[in-house]
Design a protein around this ligand. Structure first.
Ligand SMILES: [Mg+2]
Length: 287
């Protein structure tokens, strides 16, 4: 009898659930059970408050104009790439992550390193920080430290805001972010996710993209980018929807609607060779 491994899947449309999967990462069965997501997580999603009840920290967008800020997150390229492809099976598969978790605390970094991965790239906004913020979302600090211990010197941010030449031409935003979140390098690059190759990532880590993990909160940017370049993809729930413009929230709903539909149609993410034997890379968070 084959072993059964739990895989977390979440969606803006559903309460978080655990779906039990076979050892092959792309095979999901329908057995579900409730998952005890910490109550403070649910509260923060709507209130934009941290553990102390205060409004989330530093924002850096005061001098950003509205169009630029919106453009970073409302990536028409990502939408067009998926829908322009007819929303068919191939594009649908690329939008489905290998793993989905509520946030990075649920990721077992040691296990991923043991499986052979050599580096981790994070999206920034709503994955590590609130939108427009330079500060790490407070409750994620322990997990990020665990990640840095498992992948010393091999943890980076690959963002459509900080480090993207279009919006951060002199790299000042990237540098400020590196200073704010110690020990995490911001990869400078020229093309917005999901477009572009993994050349900059491979150059930074010195290994093939297939040995790198992409963690992000958006199907049409982070996940498509990661899957089409051969990375392992892990989707997180957004940290703070209240700080996103209304239109972005609607796009996010569209993404989730399409991906849920593709998933129900039986589409699977691309195979990843390092995950064929073992899916035990998700754990209950240290609270
Ligand atoms: Mg994001």
């Amino acid at each position: 009898m084959s072993r059964i491994f739990p895989v977390l899947r979440t969606s803006c449309f559903h309460n978080p659930t655990v779906i039990f999967s076979s050892p092959t990462p792309n095979i999901y069965t329908t057995t579900k059970c409730s998952l005890n997501i910490p109550k403070e997580k649910k509260k923060r999603k709507k209130t934009n408050q941290n553990n102390s009840g205060k409004v989330s920290p530093t924002t850096v967008d005061i001098d950003m104009n509205w169009r630029q800020s919106l453009g970073q997150r409302f990536n028409w390229g990502g939408i067009v790439e998926v829908l322009g492809g007819g929303g068919g099976a191939e594009t649908g598969r690329l939008a489905i992550p290998h793993l989905s978790v509520p946030d990075i605390r649920w990721i077992d970094w040691k296990e991923l390193e043991r499986l052979g991965f050599r580096g981790v790239v994070f999206d920034k906004d709503n994955t590590l920080t609130a939108p427009y913020s330079l500060s790490l979302w407070p409750i994620l600090s322990h997990s990020l430290r665990q990640c840095q211990l498992a992948f010393p010197g091999r943890v980076a941010i690959f963002s459509n805001s900080a480090g993207l030449y279009e919006y951060d031409p002199d790299g000042s935003h990237a540098k400020a972010l590196e200073e704010s979140i110690g020990g995490v390098h911001v990869i400078r690059h020229g093309i917005k996710k999901p477009a572009g190759s993994a050349e900059d990532i491979e150059k930074y880590f010195g290994c093939a993209a297939s040995h790198v993990i992409m963690v992000g909160d958006r199907h049409f940017t982070d996940i498509i980018y990661g899957n089409q370049n051969g990375l392992l993809t892990i989707l997180t729930e957004p940290l703070s929807l209240s700080q996103e413009p209304f239109i972005i929230q609607q796009v996010r709903k569209l993404e989730n609607y399409l991906v849920t539909r593709w998933h129900q149609q039986g589409l699977k993410p691309p195979n990843h060779s390092l995950l064929q034997e073992n899916m035990q890379c998700i754990k209950a968070p240290d609270l």
